[in-house]
Write a protein that binds this ligand. Structure first.
Ligand SMILES: NC(=O)c1ccc[n+]([C@@H]2O[C@H](COP(=O)([O-])OP(=O)(O)OC[C@H]3O[C@@H](n4cnc5c(N)ncnc54)[C@H](OP(=O)(O)O)[C@@H]3O)[C@@H](O)[C@H]2O)c1
Length: 297
């Protein structure tokens, strides 16, 4: 029987891993990070055990996972199918919790999941995990919408803080949830370290929300911080949904910002869908100020 405090993480050196791994360490979790044998991106965490794999040998994966109760996948969106081999190996190695690489828009909502192949791939992994529940491997999928403090300086929310410009979607008043990296990391820590949370959220999706806000509210916070009005371009989301072969970034933004309200998780909860694991209700101005200050914008 694996010790509950031992966790193995695949794809630990990526964008999400850089927040999740230190948070697990701070919580006293015994961590093994797995990287590709040929990885060029792997960063080292000197407090963690390390293992390598080429994902080709199932017996290798089983022996790497053996002894760990929880398996976390933070693999890149382009290689989600690798998770099937990891899941098979996790079952064989006797692991009891699998956290798949979700961390994005709500793949349980069909209005979302049919829009991009990556959502279909994530939903397929959940179907696969459901088949393994009978083998003693439980799972929890973490839905975050667009990463808030991570995505703001990258323009994910339609605002160019450097050029003091914004593209305002459908008038900018659509309410949505978005998650900060620390809150996402805290949700993982909670599932790994808190047996009651693990049981409560077993075999289902959960939402992480740091803020419930609108594009106009973010814009007002940025303008107050900078002390000037931004130049605005009005944009109708219909263009994105009508495109014959939609581009990934505009679809991700439409799911967040458009008037369809597909990232309003409070509304989903009220309608009896998934549950919040974290609903932090942070002050939007504080987050925007921190991000702008931290990025010298
Ligand atoms: N909601 C949002 O705003 C948002 C933003 C970003 C990501 N996400 C989601 O978060 C999850 C993790 O994404 P991320 O951005 O953290 O991932 P990432 O940084 O692109 O990559 C994570 C890890 O995947 C492994 N990897 C990459 N290519 C691989 C390959 N060909 N074969 C095997 N392993 C490979 C690498 O691990 P090694 O080099 O150590 O082997 C890498 O460090 C995804 O589900 C993604 O969709 C969401």
């Amino acid at each position: 029987m694996a010790s509950n405090n031992r966790v193995i993480v695949f794809g630990a050196s990526g964008n999400v891993g850089q927040f999740v791994i230190p948070a697990l360490h701070k919580a006293g979790v015994d961590i093994t990070v797995v990287t590709r044998t040929e990885s060029k991106t792997a960063s080292s965490y000197d407090f963690a055990r390390t293992a390598t794999t080429d994902y080709a040998s199932q017996s290798d994966l089983v022996s790497i996972i053996r002894g760990h109760a929880s398996v976390i996948s933070l693999l890149s969106a382009g290689v989600l199918e690798l998770q099937r081999s990891i899941i098979d190996a996790a079952v064989e190695a006797g692991a009891t919790l699998f956290i798949p690489s979700e961390f994005g828009h709500d793949t349980t909502n069909e209005d979302v999941s049919r829009l991009l192949p990556v959502f279909g791939a994530k939903a397929g992994i959940i179907e696969y995990l459901r088949e393994k529940e009978k083998d003693g491997l439980s799972w929890t999928g973490i839905i975050t919408a667009l990463f808030f403090d991570w995505g703001l300086p990258l323009g994910a929310f339609g605002i160019d803080f450097k050029a003091h410009k914004a593209t305002v979607w459908d008038g900018g008043d659509t309410l949505f949830s978005a998650a900060n990296m620390d809150d996402i990391a805290a949700s993982v820590v909670s599932l790994v370290t808190d047996a009651s949370a693990r049981e409560r959220y077993k075999n289902q999706h959960v939402y992480v929300s740091s803020v419930q806000t609108t594009q106009n509210e973010i814009l007002a916070a940025a303008e107050a911080y900078v002390g000037k009005k931004f130049a605005l371009t009005m944009f109708d989301s219909g263009e994105v949904y009508a495109a014959a072969s939609p581009q990934i970034l505009p679809v991700l933004q439409a799911l967040q910002l458009s008037k369809r309200g597909l990232s309003d998780y409070q509304a989903r909860i009220d309608a009896g869908h998934n549950r919040f694991i974290i609903d932090a209700k942070r002050d939007v101005r504080n987050v925007v100020n921190r991000v702008l200050e931290g990025n010298q914008l």
